[in-house]
Design a protein around this ligand. Structure first.
Ligand code: 1HE
Length: 270
């Protein structure tokens, strides 16, 4: 973490399973349960929810990472024993609510992955908007071996990244993808050497934070919904969203800046 980040205060500081720090525009949210490989307990999922609905107004993008040797070992299996049907549904819905607060929240989120990204850990990663993987990253869905199913939105979000056939393969056979395979199938967008993920994630988040908020909103909220719509509805949604974004003062001043030669051009390799 760079020295420009300061520990969060207020409600964010009270979340003991997360380590949250902030700079001018970016929040860094670190899963902080390394002794349990950042396994997601009920408390941790609730703290993630609380965190993302309470990000301060000045935060325009966020980074999620994991403390210790692994990003996240998934659901805390010790809490699953002897759960009945009713509480099982509510438990899964609690994850959905928390992850919706991330995917359809106010700010884009970059996940920085390393080590195990398995089960609910992959569900969390797939909830974020961009994934940066370090070379040590590996991906698995061991739910099949544990006798359970995904319950944190994985069946909805993971196939949208890598396809139903690949998810079926991972779940039925226990296959594990390494960092290179994860990049190839679309689980990550960036692959970096070990130890360089956080710097890359923060650099991406800082860049995202400079975009017009309504453009970021459209990407986060309209794009995945348009992908779910039939072509005709999708095209209409796109037109409505485009008109909203174009009409903001932000868009007007950015367009004028380009036309007057005051804005950056699109350059190779950026
Ligand atoms: C855990 C968990 C966990 C570790 N729940 N306690 N997820 C899994 O099936 C993955 C299970 N975990 C593992 O395969 C391994 O722990 C790891 C590959 C992630 C890491 O291995 P390692 O050797 O570094 O650590 P470890 O010695 O296995 O674990 C250290 C401690 O963390 C140990 O506890 P301790 O008290 O004996 O020290 C482990 O029991 C504990 N631990 N992972 C509870 N997952 C919404 S539905 C989502 C469904 C799922 O996510 S299913 C997939 C669950």
């Amino acid at each position: 973490m760079t020295s420009l980040f300061n520990p969060a205060t207020g409600v964010l500081a009270s979340l003991d399973l997360l380590q949250i720090s902030l700079d001018d525009s970016v929040a860094h949210v670190r899963l902080n349960r390394p002794a349990k490989r950042n396994a997601i307990s009920d408390t941790l999922i609730q703290q993630l929810h609380t965190c993302f609905i309470n990000l301060p107004e000045h935060v325009k993008a966020a980074v999620v990472s994991g403390e210790g040797e692994h990003f996240c070992a998934g659901l805390d299996l010790s809490e699953l024993v002897e759960r009945d049907i009713g509480s099982g549904v509510l438990h899964s819905r609690m994850w959905h609510a928390a992850f919706d607060a991330i995917q359809f929240g106010r700010v884009p989120v970059v996940a920085v992955l390393h080590g195990a990204v398995v089960g609910g850990g992959l569900e969390l990663a797939s909830t974020c908007h961009i994934r940066v993987a370090e070379a040590s990253t590996y991906y698995g869905l061991p739910e099949g071996q544990r006798g359970i199913f995904v319950g944190g939105g994985g069946s909805v979000r993971i196939p949208r990244l890598m396809g139903v056939a690949r998810m079926t393969d991972l779940m039925l056979t226990g296959r594990v993808y390494d960092a290179n395979e994860g990049l190839q199938v679309g689980l990550a967008q960036y692959l970096v050497p070990d130890g360089e993920g956080l710097a890359k994630g923060i650099a991406l988040a800082r860049r995202i934070a400079t975009n017009a908020p309504m453009s970021n909103y459209a990407v986060m909220h309209a794009l995945p919904r348009i992908a779910d719509q039939a072509q005709s509805e999708g095209l209409l949604t796109e037109s409505l969203m485009a008109a909203v974004a174009e009409s903001t003062p932000d868009a007007q001043s950015r367009l004028r800046a380009f036309l007057e030669g005051r804005a950056g051009k699109v350059v190779k390799g950026s």
